[in-house]
Design a protein around this ligand. Structure first.
Ligand SMILES: [Zn+2]
Ligand SMILES: [Zn+2]
Length: 180
């Protein structure tokens, strides 16, 4: 199979499955990691795929819906994605995505670094909850790749810092308070 055909096939697989490991692509095409990395670099340049931690590849930001279920626009530096058996679902921010977690039970969950827009696994991120910065949905939860960034942000905007467990706990508490 030629390079161009392989890259088209990679995009087709990503659209179908949402996310893939580099290893899976090597097995599927029976080619070296170097060949796959070269393909991915090319697709990345055209923003058709995004590479994330752990050798995982995901469909690029222009593949899939351009609006969240709540109708807000998807902005790279705050969007979040869930990988479901049916494919990938994009959300405007992690606050919105986390509110849909219970009903969807995704296989993988990604958030974006608020500083750079880089995608990272939700379990690797630091979250700033309930700060004065509310760029998207309420309650405000911002996600960061670097601990230094979340600390800097808190010194300007207040709020509490935590990891995924704390962010989900915070959201549950907020929802309970809203219902009372
Ligand atoms: Zn939303
Ligand atoms: Zn939002």
């Amino acid at each position: 199979m030629g390079g161009e055909m392989r890259r088209q096939e990679i995009l087709r697989l990503l659209r179908q499955r949402g996310g893939l490991a580099v290893r899976e692509l090597c097995d599927y095409f029976q080619v070296s990691r170097m060949t796959i990395h070269r393909d991915l670099r090319q697709l990345e340049r055209n923003r058709l795929v995004a590479r994330i931690h752990g050798g995982l590849v995901s469909a690029g930001q222009f593949v899939g819906e351009s609006r969240c279920a709540c109708q807000r626009a998807l902005l790279p530096h705050q969007q979040s994605r869930l990988l479901l058996p049916s494919g990938e679902v994009h959300f405007c921010c992690c606050s919105c995505a986390f509110q849909h977690l219970a009903e969807r039970s995704p296989k993988l969950l990604w958030v974006s670094d608020f500083m750079t827009g880089q995608t990272l696994l939700a379990t690797d991120a630091y979250y700033l909850m309930n700060s004065m910065a509310i760029p998207c949905c309420q309650p405000s939860i911002l996600s960061f790749a670097e601990e230094g960034d979340v600390l800097n942000f808190r010194s300007g905007f207040g709020g509490a810092i935590g990891q995924l467990e704390e962010a989900l706990g915070f959201l549950r508490l907020e929802q309970t308070l809203k219902q009372d």
